[in-house]
Design a protein around this ligand. Structure first.
Ligand code: PEP
Ligand code: MG
Length: 321
């Protein structure tokens, strides 16, 4: 077997028995997007649009936004690009939408919640995304961060449709969204698990605090259960339909090769990660069949702790020895 860290990624994520798992990149702008395309990413699973405008005191104009988004779309002609609307607040404040006096920013007006305080900012962003998409061959999907309820998902889908965008989806990064995934997916076309925040909110452990890193890991059995429930919700929503709606992952969990296998075993359809991790994840995925990935997912779910889950899975993946 090849050493995972030396493997060359050929742009195709597959299990050993040939099940396709698109491997996409998380990017923060056009420079990242070009690097990701060079690294073999099959598209963009998360464009963090707030990264395009960090440090700005004023809202970027629609023209500025169109230029920024086009720079990313141009790196992926004909490919899927998931553009996330602004996730300002908490660890990523943007002065033109974030209230710096909030007592508890991680639980404050962040992500999609700006619809209640700065609705025009969101509407102008959606129109900029639609304009950039109209001028591109990329398959543009649009996604809202920090969705907590099915009602919010429905409202976002309506706003996206009003802007002329075709494929609305939402992030599942709040435990309430994982628990109501079936209802959420009745409103939108896909969901993407944000395991960084999902872990933070499930474990009530600030993702920025080093001393809490033992709690703050997506290997926690409670977090894996939330992933399982999200997939189950999507399957329930798709029952009786010819094609179900996809559940992807765009949190850092997807960049951990052993955890990527577990996520695939839990039924996740695509993985989006930092471009640096693509080759290692592709190599490990290609070393297991889907049935083996499912068995490893059951092993992780049944483990008594995050450390036990990680150790049990890694011990059965020869590439990671
Ligand atoms: C996440 O929360 O997992 C995620 C992908 O979003 P961000 O890291 O930008 O909050
Ligand atoms: Mg997040």
């Amino acid at each position: 077997r090849a050493n995972a860290t030396l493997a060359v990624f050929d742009g195709d994520g597959r299990t050993a028995d040939g099940h396709r798992i698109p491997l996409l990149a998380n990017v923060g702008g056009s420079a990242d997007a070009l690097a990701a395309a060079g690294a073999g990413a099959q598209g963009v699973g998360l464009l963090r649009t707030e990264f395009c405008f960090l440090g700005r005191d004023t809202e970027p104009t629609v023209a500025e936004q169109i230029a920024a988004y086009r720079g990313v779309l141009d790196a992926f002609p004909g490919k899927k690009v998931v553009v996330r609307t602004l996730d300002a607040g908490a660890d990523k404040p943007l002065p033109f939408v974030t209230d710096a006096t909030e007592p508890n920013p991680a639980l404050g007006v962040r992500g999609y919640r700006i619809v209640g305080t700065s609705r025009g900012v969101l509407e102008r962003q959606l129109s900029a995304i639609a304009a950039a998409a109209a001028d591109s061959t990329a398959d543009v999907w649009v996604m809202a961060p920090m969705i907590s309820t099915a009602e919010e998902a429905g409202q976002f889908a309506a706003l996206a449709a009003a802007a002329g965008l075709k494929t609305p989806g939402v992030m599942v990064e709040v435990p309430s969204a994982a628990l109501t995934a079936e209802a959420i997916l009745s409103h939108v076309e896909f969901v993407s698990l944000g395991t960084n925040d999902l872990t933070q909110y499930a474990m009530a452990a600030d993702r920025q605090l080093g001393p809490l890193s033992g709690l703050n890991t997506p290997w926690q059995p409670a977090v894996l259960q939330l992933v399982r429930l999200t997939v189950a919700g999507a399957q329930a929503e798709g029952r009786g339909k010819s094609v179900g709606k996809p559940v992807g992952v765009c949190g850092e969990a997807a960049a951990d090769p052993a955890l990527a296998v577990v996520l695939v075993g839990l039924g996740v359809a695509s993985l989006s990660m930092t471009a640096r991790a693509l080759a290692a994840v592709a190599a490990v995925l290609s070393s297991v069949t889907l049935a083996e990935a499912r068995a490893l997912a059951q092993l992780a779910l049944a483990a008594p702790s995050a450390d036990d889950a990680r150790a049990a899975v890694r011990a059965r993946l020869p590439l990671l020895d």
